[in-house]
Design a protein around this ligand. Structure first.
Ligand SMILES: Nc1ncnc2c1ncn2[C@@H]1O[C@H](COP(=O)(O)OP(=O)(O)OP(=O)(O)O)[C@@H](O)[C@H]1O
Ligand SMILES: [Mg+2]
Length: 230
């Protein structure tokens, strides 16, 4: 089993936190010593709070989320407005500390893989620096082929190891023909396993869902074993 995983997405609000929290809760339930990290958040620290709750860890929020920018913008833009420079070394140090403490660390990105942390440093660079395999969260329905293929191509350009793709119905819509055909198409076009299709579930659409339910629900819909996990 790898020492951790980086959860990215085809965009913002696609379900990275819900899937990352789901994996954390599932691993915790299976008695894995699992930690979580959201290196950079902008706008609020809700993701770090969600992940801390799902993984049931005692770390300070500042250890889970070392960099917080007030403006809900791409980090490089928020930093410029706030007259700050993002300290990338504190992410590395924070991640190393969590790696010491935990057997497996789940790291959630910010937005999608090409989002700038600095003008010359994107989320993809951060993934490369942390040496983690990537799990891509994509929407389940129409439009996802394009977004997923672009994300995969971008990750491959950076030499990242893509462990798998999760299709997530992040909005309450009916599962249509696109959702039914997407998994096979994506596997055929990318040669990367689609390890699950997660339906919309109202009980997950909350700041702190019950971790036992979260674990159960994700285990039902995601084949973690295809990543060599669980
Ligand atoms: N399968 C699902 N069922 C119900 N609600 C979901 C599901 N997936 C995501 N959501 C909801 O959709 C919204 C976006 O999900 P989430 O916060 O996980 O996205 P994200 O990719 O982490 O966003 P960000 O880019 O802000 O970090 C949240 O309100 C979340 O509760
Ligand atoms: Mg999130």
């Amino acid at each position: 089993m790898a020492h951790g995983i980086f959860i990215t997405g085809t965009g913002t609000e696609i379900g990275k936190t819900v899937i990352a929290g789901g994996l954390a809760a599932a691993l915790k339930h299976a008695r894995t010593n699992v930690g979580v990290m959201k290196p950079i958040s902008t706008g609020d620290i809700a993701d770090a709070q969600f992940l801390k709750h799902a993984a049931h860890v005692d770390d300070e929020l500042a250890a889970i989320n070392p960099i917080y920018l007030r403006h809900p913008l791409a980090p490089s833009v928020a930093a410029r407005i706030e007259n700050r420079e993002i300290d990338l070394s504190c992410i590395e140090t924070g991640f190393a500390a969590l790696q010491q403490k935990y057997d497996f660390v789940i790291v959630e990105g910010v937005g999608g893989i090409a989002v700038p942390l600095r003008d010359d440093f994107l989320v993809a660079h951060l993934i490369h620096q942390l040496r983690l395999p990537v799990l891509i969260v994509a929407a389940a329905g129409l439009g996802t082929l394009n977004h997923t293929l672009l994300t995969v191509a971008f990750a491959q350009r950076f030499g990242l190891q893509i462990a798998g793709i999760v299709l997530n119905r992040h909005i309450p819509e009916a599962a249509g023909l696109a959702e039914a055909t997407n998994p096979v198409e994506i596997e055929k076009l990318t040669d990367i396993p689609v390890i699950g299709v997660v339906p919309y579930e109202k009980r997950l659409d909350t700041a702190q869902p019950d971790p036992a339910f979260l674990a159960d629900f994700m285990n039902q819909h995601i084949a973690w074993r295809k990543l060599g996990i669980l």
